[in-house]
Design a protein around this ligand. Sequence first.
Ligand code: NAP
Length: 218
Amino acid sequence: MRVVIAGGHGKIALLLERLLAGRGDRAVGLIRNPAQAADVRQAGAEAVLCDLEAASADDVAALLSRGDAVVFAAGAGPGSGAPRKDSVDRAASVLMAGAAERAGVRRFVQISTMGAGQPPRPGTDEVWAAYITAKTAAEDDLRSRDLDWTILRPGRLTDAPATGRVRLAAPPVPAGTISRADVAAVIAALLGQPGTWHQTLELTGGDTPVAAAVRSTA
Ligand SMILES: NC(=O)c1ccc[n+]([C@@H]2O[C@H](COP(=O)([O-])OP(=O)(O)OC[C@H]3O[C@@H](n4cnc5c(N)ncnc54)[C@H](OP(=O)(O)O)[C@@H]3O)[C@@H](O)[C@H]2O)c1
């Protein structure tokens, strides 16, 4: 399977690239900074330059033409303001999903976040509200597409080592944390699990082995 990962130098993306390479899949990491290419290659993936805030739908569709699946793992990140929540967390996901449709790449896993799907609470910090609004809009766009999508909403991310055990279910899952390594393992498992198409799933640390958790949602 050839998997194109938007945000290919992200923390989850690099972990996912290692997992995919380790099981014989081909990963392609889309990056906007050429200096990150070596890390992506080190993780076992091909690095392709593509700034998702500048690329056209045609550019991205061309990059996807030989792909079997797309993972949207990009994000504007913690230091960014409201405009980049919209241009990355929403618009870049919309761009990737549209390009996947055009290129005929049906499988699409989107990393969203717990908290998406509802309006931000009144009084919420402006940047957090923009983030939740952007993730919700990206989810809504993906649900409207003729794609085999899965929306994955992790809880608060940590850099702890993988535990191999998670709680994965349709919303609402109680708030919690999850390591990026466990998120990467869940995405790797979701990619090949057709029963998870057209599902929105929330994810935290838990007691169920990853493979069983993904099978149980299928
Ligand atoms: N933090 C949390 O607790 C939390 C919880 C739930 C969900 N999430 C979501 O989980 C996802 C992945 O998290 P993570 O920690 O792995 O993220 P991360 O390490 O911040 O990676 C995000 C990646 O997106 C890339 N990116 C940003 N703008 C781009 C552009 N214009 N074109 C191409 N790539 C671009 C960044 O590249 P640059 O290095 O070039 O900026 C970076 O490599 C994000 O969508 C995040 O919103 C986070």
